[in-house]
Design a protein around this ligand. Structure first.
Ligand SMILES: Cc1cc2nc3c(=O)[nH]c(=O)nc-3n(C[C@H](O)[C@H](O)[C@H](O)COP(=O)(O)OP(=O)(O)OC[C@H]3O[C@@H](n4cnc5c(N)ncnc54)[C@H](O)[C@@H]3O)c2cc1C
Length: 376
């Protein structure tokens, strides 16, 4: 029988960043991935490191700030281990508010806005400027699995966790091949985390559901370029710095469906083109959908899951790219038996009790399935 110090289910950004941190602390880590690494929500994301998004729950502030602060060193570590570049694609975000809702002292004037984004049509939105960065998640998809492997992580793809059996001193993790005995098991299966295969725990399986997001990327024409992320209450526009611009995203409660609907993409494009007209002439070259892991209160679940040797890190909803390095450090501290540097009480996996709450009923969308064209 194989053995490891830690077995992680799920090779998305959360599972792999945690594996990397644990391996860097000398632990033997195996990551089991049902399909391909970094091919679900972590592949589908826009890549904004939106630590200052006014729609974020206030309980996320400390973890967000910590994660944003850790990002440069974390990317440097990944680049060094993988030999692949993961550059920040933008350094600045313009955050829009409906008229009258922006903090008055920081609202940009019309000339200031024109200087930053010459073709912007603000309509009745007001904007503030944030020093917030973004990256292209596809760069991370290429680099992070290589970095984890270079750090000594054993990454096994096409290997679903079939069941887990926690005992007093170990957890036996059943895979399609051989069982693995580990000191700890961590469920990082994103929207699939509540699967009974990943443990039946008391008081309940984690209250997480998939939240579909559709997005599209266009290529700008005629040397047009955009260097700043534009984020409105209804949609966002994220440039990649090379003429590509990603526009997102819908927020939909429809199970594990990942169908791309042309009408939803058309609505996103129309809204974005009203705000920044060069998008109207751009060529669409890719549209897709991904499944955000959403908990009942839209906060992550970080901590022990019903047994002293079983842990969970999921529910990062629309901020999993931002929160990955911070989550990896604090959960690694917990699993290694040290006190985490930030208070994880708001993220206690046991906070949902019966676990029957329907997560998306309380959703306050960054975007919805109908982008807010009326605001523009
Ligand atoms: C459209 C969209 C836009 C987004 N934009 C942003 C953004 O701009 N900024 C940001 O910070 N976040 C963004 N997010 C959110 C972010 O993508 C997610 O929060 C994050 O990727 C979640 O990572 P994860 O590792 O938990 O889940 P995933 O990446 O989904 O990984 C979970 C993995 O677990 C595997 N798995 C499932 N069951 C099993 C099993 N039984 N055994 C083994 N493996 C299993 C799955 O195959 C999958 O690979 C966006 C998400 C979407 C969909």
């Amino acid at each position: 029988m194989e053995s490891a110090d830690v077995v992680i289910a799920g090779a998305g950004i959360i599972g792999l960043s945690l594996a990397l941190d644990l391996a860097a602390h000398g632990l033997r880590v195996t990551v089991l991935e049902r399909a391909r690494a970094m091919a679900e929500a972590s592949w589908a994301a826009a890549g904004m490191l939106a630590a200052n998004d006014p729609e974020n729950p206030f309980q996320l502030r400390e973890l967000s700030q910590r994660s944003a602060h850790e990002y440069p060193a974390w990317l440097a570590q990944i680049e060094q281990l993988s030999g692949r570049k993961v550059p920040f694609r933008t350094q600045t975000t313009l955050q829009a508010f409906a008229y009258g809702e922006a903090p008055a002292q920081t609202a940009l004037t019309a000339p200031e806005l024109r200087r930053l984004v010459p073709d912007l049509i603000a309509g009745n939105l007001t904007f503030i400027r944030l020093d917030e960065r973004s990256l292209d998640p596809r760069d991370l998809c290429a680099a992070l699995p290589l970095a984890a492997k270079a750090a000594g992580v054993k990454l096994i793809e096409n290997a679903s966790v079939i069941s887990i059996s926690p005992e007093e001193n170990q957890v036996t993790v059943q895979t399609p091949a051989t069982p693995i005995v580990a000191a700890h098991f961590i469920n990082c299966a994103g929207a699939w985390a509540p699967s009974p295969a990943l443990g039946r725990f008391s008081p309940a399986n984690p209250a997480v559901t998939p939240c579909k997001g559709q997005m599209t990327t266009v290529r700008l024409k005629d040397q047009q370029n955009l260097l700043i992320v534009l984020r409105t209450p209804g949609f966002y526009v994220v440039p990649r710095g090379d003429g590509r611009v990603t526009i997102g995203a819908t927020v939909e409660d429809c199970g594990f469906d990942k169908t791309v609907q042309p009408q939803a993409i058309a609505r996103l494009l129309q809204s974005a083109a009203r705000l920044w007209p060069p998008i109207a002439h751009a060529e669409v070259f890719e549209s897709w959908a991904g499944l955000r892991p959403a908990s009942a209160d839209l906060l992550p679940l970080l901590g022990q899951m019903g047994h002293p040797r079983c842990w969970i890190a999921t529910g990062h909803f629309r901020n999993g790219i931002l929160l990955a390095p911070g989550t990896a450090s604090v959960l690694s501290q917990l699993v290694r038996g040290t006190v985490p540097e930030i208070d994880l009480t708001p993220f206690d996996p046991a906070r949902f009790g019966s676990g029957n709450t329907r997560p998306l009923d309380r959703l306050v969308p960054r975007s919805s399935d109908k982008p807010a064209t009326a605001a523009l």
